[in-house]
Design a protein around this ligand. Structure first.
Ligand SMILES: Nc1nc2c(ncn2[C@@H]2O[C@H](COP(=O)(O)OP(=O)(O)OP(=O)(O)O)[C@@H](O)[C@H]2O)c(=O)[nH]1
Ligand SMILES: [Mg+2]
Length: 360
């Protein structure tokens, strides 16, 4: 399962967000370093198609796709030099698949706002980049020594030198001009800023009303990064809504004009960031959403359910979600010849509903 690390200054709302996403009760408090140990929790990725399919099949249970979040303690300036438990927190970030910067834009009587979101992002990126700079330098020096006996390391040394140069100015790799190929070549070097990243701006509740769109434009201007990388949300409000009974949540969200809700938007954005896709299985017992990386084969998808499914793979009976819904039932879809028989090398699309035939 893919893990997203929540990274930000103390009091940005990371633990509050973590609790709302994962139904946990980690301490969230109005003082810095409320979080010391990293916590890991599982979050469902809301998907309207799941309940539509479950209704179609009369399933007794429904299971959403899942991703993992890691709530990491607040970083401060100088973290790359070990300030404020910096080393410990940075090592937690090293373990995640993607970074979510949580920036505080809300005002609070308990807490002064020390820096605007743009400055927070800049400072956080500098800390991570300088931490990367130090590890890139160490690796570069080691490879330079080895180069004397092994000229095949030339290309790697050149790339590490270029990377080190970029990082020395506090520029994260994901914002540099390094090519996709170079970034992949660096994948084994455990660099923090070579991970995909997303920015969540925790805004005031009153900013949400009617103007969340304009607020987002303003924030986008301020942060100077593509809109697709920014989510705005009032974490405390979303957290309150998440505590309501499921039936009331949708009503409350629509009353507030929040659509599917900030938590759902956020989980979906995280999913997109890592090019994750969903296929479904459905039946009377269960309708379930499964995660696969874009481009995976039908056999690999089968393996996500059980290794036996992959090993003894025969074929995947497949139909797109919309088509199945239009047919009204799996049986009707079969009768109309809409269910395709796909082989192991078929590349499933997001929303495919599949039934695997296998033999062990
Ligand atoms: N007004 C307001 N308060 C919030 C919001 N989100 C979080 N808070 C409050 O801000 C304080 C800090 O939140 P936490 O979730 O503990 O922050 P954190 O980022 O985990 O902080 P550290 O663990 O110290 O790094 C808590 O008292 C929260 O209740 C918000 O959207 N609006
Ligand atoms: Mg915390």
């Amino acid at each position: 399962m893919k893990t997203f690390g929540l990274v930000g200054f103390p009091n940005a709302g990371k633990s509050s967000l973590f609790n709302a996403l994962t139904n946990s009760e980690v301490l969230a408090a109005p003082y810095p370093f409320a979080t010391v140990d990293a916590h890991v929790g599982i979050a469902s990725v809301p998907d309207a198609r799941l309940s539509q399919l479950a209704e179609l099949s009369g399933s007794s249970t429904r299971t959403a796709a899942q991703i993992q979040f890691s709530d990491i303690g607040g970083l401060v300036e100088g973290a790359h030099k070990g300030e404020g438990l910096g080393n410990q927190f940075l090592s937690h970030i090293r373990e995640v698949d993607a970074i979510v910067y949580v920036l505080r834009a809300f005002a609070s009587a308990d807490l002064p706002l020390e820096a605007d979101p743009a400055t927070q992002l800049e400072l956080l990126e500098v800390e991570l980049s300088l931490a990367d700079y130090e590890s890139a330098q160490r690796q570069l020096e080691k490879r330079q020594r080895q180069l004397k006996g092994d000229v095949s390391l030339r290309e790697e040394v050149d790339l590490l030198a270029q990377t080190s140069e970029i990082l020395s100015s506090g520029t994260p790799i994901y914002r540099s001009s390094l090519s996709e190929r170079d970034r992949q070549a660096l994948a084994n070097n455990f660099l923090l800023t070579n991970k995909p990243s997303l920015v969540l701006v925790n805004i005031d509740e009153d900013k949400l009303e009617n103007e969340s769109a304009t607020d987002k434009t303003a924030i986008q201007k301020l942060l100077d990064i593509p809109a697709s990388e920014i989510i705005t949300m009032c974490v405390s409000l979303e957290a309150e809504i998440a505590l309501l009974p499921t039936e009331e949540q949708a009503a409350m969200l629509s009353e507030l004009g929040l659509g599917e809700g900030g938590l759902a938007n956020f989980a979906q954005a995280a999913y997109r960031l890592l090019s994750l896709r969903t296929f479904f299985t459905t039946g009377e017992k269960e309708t379930r959403a499964w995660t696969f990386p874009a481009g995976a084969s039908a056999r690999e998808c089968a393996g996500a359910i059980h290794t036996d499914f992959a090993r003894g793979f025969i074929r995947a009976e497949t139909i797109a979600f919309e088509e199945l819904l239009a047919c009204g039932s799996w049986v009707a879809a079969k009768q109309q010849g809409k269910v395709r028989s796909e082989g192991k090398d078929y590349r499933p699309e997001d929303g495919d509903v599949m039934e695997f035939r296998f033999n062990v």
